[in-house]
Design a protein around this ligand. Structure first.
Ligand code: IPE
Ligand code: IPE
Ligand code: MG
Length: 261
């Protein structure tokens, strides 16, 4: 009884170890809204770009940790369709960092058997970035350990509209009959088509909103919010998020199995 009670405690005061996490199933797909780079920089009197640079470092650590834990899918929100509203100087810095990240990391990612896939509308990104991304996607296509989706110029609503347009075109072309359209078929037209829905969505920096991320896919995701600013996010935060996830009950609208109580 006591053991069962303990198992259901969501918070632990001491740090969680990866070994503890292996006692329960891992989330198959973790998605992260990496927020708070600007605030991190501001706190230190640094330009916002410095926050984004430190944010890229944090991402490096999390990608490695997910691979080590055996999590098969990771999606990270790197640039939203709404982020174009930011000053040009910040956008340029972000694009520059993206290029730098791919150039610097590709070999390591490949060595760690990470497969890279960009989701979002790449057409509006600088040509150099698009070429590098496409090259990285090609070079890592056979990697099987971790599937890393990078949401770039991504917006959940735009992704849904694009899927509807493609589906409508296929109906018009006679490839799909309208009565065949159901959830699974529709989901296959999204940019995340073929990837399991996120089990766990993490957002840092204290905001509790989706900001247009994975709107269709998050229908039954578990959410984990934390005050930590993204550049300060370490693998221990990831372990805690996974631990909490593992101690929640997912019901999907059904009832809890009495035996699992
Ligand atoms: C997240 O950090 C990175 C991007 C949105 C590209 P922010 O830049 O949003 O940081 P805050 O929210 O201003 O602190
Ligand atoms: C969401 O963060 C987008 C990314 C992390 C890339 P924002 O900082 O853009 O979100 P809002 O503006 O606070 O909703
Ligand atoms: Mg923000």
């Amino acid at each position: 009884m006591l053991r069962l009670f303990r198992q259901r405690q969501p918070e632990k005061s001491k740090a969680i170890t990866p070994t503890e996490l292996t006692q329960y199933p891992m989330p198959r797909h973790v998605a992260i809204i990496m927020d708070g780079n600007g605030r991190w920089a501001k706190k230190r009197g640094l330009p916002r770009a410095a926050g984004h640079r430190s944010g890229a470092e944090a991402l490096r650590g999390v990608v490695k940790a997910c691979g080590d834990l055996g999590i098969p899918y990771l999606t990270v929100y790197a640039f939203s369709t709404e982020n174009w509203k930011r000053p040009q100087e910040e956008i340029d810095a972000l694009m520059g960092l993206l290029i730098e990240y791919i150039e610097k990391e590709l070999d390591v990612l490949n060595k760690n058997e990470v497969r890279i896939k960009a989701i979002g509308n790449l057409n509006q990104l600088p040509e150099k970035a698009v070429k590098l991304i496409e090259n990285a996607e090609r070079k890592t296509a056979a990697n099987k350990r971790l599937y890393l989706q990078i949401a770039l110029n991504y917006g959940g609503r735009k992704d849904i509209i694009r899927a509807v347009q493609q589906l409508a075109a296929d109906v018009l072309a006679g490839k799909v009959r309208s009565e065949q359209i159901e959830e699974q078929l529709f989901a296959s037209y999204l940019s995340t088509g073929g990837i399991p829905e996120p089990d766990l969505i993490i957002r840092t920096a204290g905001e509790k909103r989706l900001s247009n991320f994975l709107l269709w896919e998050c229908a039954y995701s578990e959410f984990w919010f934390h005050e930590v600013l993204w550049p300060d996010f370490h693998k221990e935060h990831l372990f805690q998020a996974i631990y909490d996830f593992q101690h929640r009950q997912r019901r999907f609208g059904g009832l809890v199995n009495e035996e699992n109580k």
